[in-house]
Design a protein around this ligand. Structure first.
Ligand SMILES: Nc1ncnc2c1ncn2[C@@H]1O[C@H](COP(=O)(O)OP(=O)(O)OP(=O)(O)O)[C@@H](O)[C@H]1O
Length: 352
């Protein structure tokens, strides 16, 4: 099957400013992609260009092998078969749930409309709600209906821009799982923009971090977390710290002592920053490597500790939620790097 969405070296200028800078990514049919990144990095602008609301200045957007946007081509939004669910895309208040869902398929024969509405209501867990009005629904139910409305015409591609940002954390998580299941059941390819990494990890097959209009990495959520290829991605995704070290003869000399790792075998001698995730630090009081607990945050299922090492640098560690460690306590730790991620500290922050 051919690639469903291909964005090839797309740049977008708005009011003379370069907002998206030579960005490339692709999605295979049925994949869910997710764009993360700090506020103002250009995520929404990219979605708007894919939808056809704004033109690209160079590069091209292909849907199902057909160019829909380029410097010369601009296929109108309504011919792109793209569904959209944006944060401010509210339901029509004067229409019932069924009429809201039916909105984009009102040219189909009545019977087919009824069947599609019923099928979607069952899939979103709101069978029996067809005659209600939006004001008679909770926020989460309204978002489900908005999703059903967007999915009703069976778009080739769904674009979701912060669709759950107005909902509380617990509901967001439930909806993220439900929406993923629904998109997979319907076989619809989707590109989601969110600030919430947990949401991205829960939903995405492929995920990426944008920064100043550039896409720094486009990978599985697992690789983005464990094998970031850029310091800004390492810093932005998940918890962790970057510590200084020196690679000498394929060994890392750092606050933990001398570390050997297969990922150092092909590295030349250099000064590096290396990534330490909380899951790399194991609390073990039999260990001779000592650290002092300088911070302690209760997270319900676990504690997140800030530990000070002998050279005063800080790392994070996770401990069980019962029998917490106390601030000021001296403990033993082991370091267990499954993936050792090192960055040449002399390299600049952004790719050119
Ligand atoms: N119509 C416009 N004209 C000029 N600049 C614009 C326009 N729309 C957006 N911008 C600018 O483009 C940049 C990227 O905006 P965009 O909304 O794409 O960011 P974002 O990554 O989606 O941010 P957020 O996460 O806060 O929604 C911002 O600096 C914004 O001010």
């Amino acid at each position: 099957m051919s690639t469903l969405l291909k964005i090839d070296a797309v740049s977008i200028q708005l009011s003379g400013d370069l907002i998206v800078d030579r960005l490339s990514l692709s999605l295979e049919p049925g994949d869910i992609g997710c764009l993360l990144g700090p506020s103002g990095c250009g995520k929404t602008t990219l979605l708007r260009a894919i939808a056809g609301f704004i033109p690209v200045s160079s590069g091209q957007v292909e849907l199902h092998g057909k160019t829909v946007s380029s410097g010369r081509v601009q296929i109108p939004t309504e011919q792109r078969q793209v569904g959209m669910m944006f944060q401010d895309f509210s339901l029509f208040p004067h229409l019932t749930v069924a009429d809201n869902i039916r909105f984009g398929i009102n040219r189909l024969p009545k019977k087919q409309q009824e069947e599609r509405v019923k099928e979607l209501l069952i899939r979103i867990g709101l069978n029996g709600y067809q005659n209600r009005y939006p004001h008679e629904l909770s926020g989460g139910q309204q978002q489900r209906i908005a999703l059903a409305r967007a999915l009703a015409p069976k778009p080739k591609l769904m674009l979701l821009d912060e669709p759950f940002s107005s909902l509380d954390a617990e509901l967001r998580e439930v909806l993220a799982h439900d929406v993923r299941r629904l998109l997979k059941e319907e076989g619809i390819t989707a590109l989601l923009v969110t600030h919430d990494q947990q949401e991205a990890f829960a939903m995405a097959d492929k995920s990426g971090v944008m920064y100043s209009g550039q896409l720094l990495q486009w990978e599985t959520p697992y690789a983005l977390y464990h094998q970031p290829t850029h310091q800004l991605v390492a810093d932005f995704i998940g918890r962790g710290v970057l510590l200084n070290g020196e690679i000498r003869e394929h060994q890392l000399h750092c606050a933990f002592g001398i570390i050997e790792h297969s990922q150092l075998h092909n590295k030349p001698d250099m000064s590096v920053n290396f990534l330490v995730r909380p899951d790399d630090v194991l609390i073990n009081n039999d260990s001779s490597m000592q650290a002092i607990v300088v911070g302690c945050g209760f997270r319900g299922s676990h504690y997140l500790y800030t530990l000070e090492l002998a050279d005063t640098s800080h790392v994070l560690a996770v401990g069980p939620s019962h029998q917490p460690l106390k601030t000021g306590e001296q403990i033993g730790i082991d370091i267990d790097f499954d993936h050792l991620v090192v960055f040449d500290s002399s390299l600049c922050e952004l790719p050119d």
